[in-house]
Design a protein around this ligand. Structure first.
Ligand code: PLP
Length: 407
């Protein structure tokens, strides 16, 4: 086979339909979030305002987090040199797991090297270990949950997004004796909409199912202590397993699940993608621990973020731009064309120093391409005004209908 010809064909297909991804090389500047330096392809360096980071609260640069990480490296060194089972369990891991269990009001928690791996490991092993299991999966679940379910080998039934009646109907169609898991997210990362967690738990309870909730885009941001939407809605105790990340609102890296001590013990003991990999470096665990402790005790960061999200949404709307009316901090501005989406993003970056990554297929369905904007507590009113003005100006230059009609 002519491998190179095949690989070239794959890449050129992606380029043709706008799916080819170009990485923007950034140099984050600790203490100046959301400003960063962009290393341009022509060798130049430009200051830009980042509008698409998942470091939702800027914890990735928080002095307390940085100090904890520096300190941990100085004291414990870089890596752990082992899997959790073979010399790789450090005090920071144990402390972090206790902190996470407390955050979610659960008996125990287990950390992984990423949120993606958490979903793969937890769903993959539960679906495999429960004989004849059926997993009911929301239609918009993240790739990591889909891969976990696939890996488990369990039967998968997909319910329409956030459609509780459809979930009930599907669950009712399955033998009541079969073990069931309902897998869903709280804040959906691309539309920024929120699951009706209490209603889904109600249906799951009716059918005797386990609930598995991905709170990756909600932990740190919602609830009195940042325990997520389940905490905010007072339903965390009804969710069997809560999965989260240490990489977004907590600003570091890693993922976790929290639940009953028994279930965590099962995942710890039987999940391949937990067992056969080196554990998280101590400084990452120490940084995440510091971030969670800070976020738990500082609801004012959440308040400022919510206020900024509301302010920017109102500004986008009053500018006539097609922002989805999401109830969260995720503000998708719908473009609906992969090439246009990419061009808007390129011109914003090169001409205006504004970085918003275009979101194209396969991350979202074709025709639903968008700019996904994530305001943080650190974006100022001036940043927002710049963004809205630039979107309208650049959009007009490119003939984007939404911008042409904009105020
Ligand atoms: N779950 C959801 C819903 C996500 O959007 C993501 C990543 O964006 C993940 C899981 C994976 O988390 P991580 O980035 O920690 O691997």
């Amino acid at each position: 086979m002519d491998f190179d010809a095949k690989f070239r064909e794959l890449i050129s297909e992606m380029k043709l339909d706008g799916r080819y991804r170009t990485f923007i090389e950034l140099e984050r500047i600790a203490g100046e979030f959301p400003t960063a330096l962009w290393h341009r392809p022509d060798g130049g360096i430009q200051r830009v305002t980042v509008w698409c980071s998942n470091d939702y609260l800027g914890m990735g640069q928080h002095p307390r987090v940085l100090a904890a990480m520096h300190n941990a490296i100085d004291i414990f060194g870089a890596g752990t040199g082992g899997t959790r089972n073979i010399s790789g369990t450090n005090r920071q891991h144990v402390a972090l797991e206790a902190e996470l269990a407390d955050l979610h009001g659960k008996e125990a928690a287990l950390i992984f090297t990423s949120g993606w791996i958490s979903n793969l490991a937890a769903l993959g092993s539960l679906g495999r270990l429960l004989p004849d299991c059926v997993i009911f999966s929301d239609a918009l679940n993240h790739n990591s949950m889909i891969e976990g379910i696939r890996r488990s080998g369990a039967e998968r039934l997909i319910f329409r997004h956030n459609d509780v009646a459809h979930l009930d109907e599907l669950m009712g169609s399955v033998d009541p004796a079969r073990p069931k898991i309902v897998a869903f997210e709280s804040v959906y990362s691309m539309d920024g909409d929120v699951a009706p967690i209490a209603a889904i738990c109600g249906i799951a309870e009716k059918h005797g199912a386990i609930t598995y909730l991905d709170e990756v885009h909600a932990v740190g941001l919602y609830g009195a202590r940042g325990g997520g939407i389940a905490e905010r809605d007072g339903v965390a105790h009804r969710v069997t397993l809560i999965e989260g990340t240490l990489a977004k609102a907590f600003g570091v890296m890693g993922g976790y699940v929290a639940g009953s001590a028994l279930m965590i013990d099962v995942i710890r003991s039987l999940a391949d993608s937990f067992i056969f990999t080196t554990s998280l470096p101590p400084h990452l665990a120490a940084g995440a621990l510091a971030a969670i402790q800070h976020v738990k005790a500082h609801p004012e960061d959440r308040t400022r973020q919510a206020e900024n999200a509301a302010r920017l949404k109102a500004m986008l709307k009053s500018g006539g731009l097609p922002v989805l009316d999401s109830p969260t901090h995720i503000l998708p501005v719908m473009v609906g064309d992969a090439h246009l989406c990419r061009r808007i993003s390129e011109l914003l970056l090169a001409g205006r120093g504004i970085y918003v990554q275009p979101i194209n297929y396969p991350t979202v369905a074709r025709g639903l391409e968008r700019l996904r904007i994530t305001p943080t507590p650190f974006h100022t009113e001036a940043h927002m005004r710049d963004l809205v003005d630039a979107l309208i100006a650049v959009g007009r230059d490119l003939g984007w209908a939404a911008a042409r009609q904009a105020a």
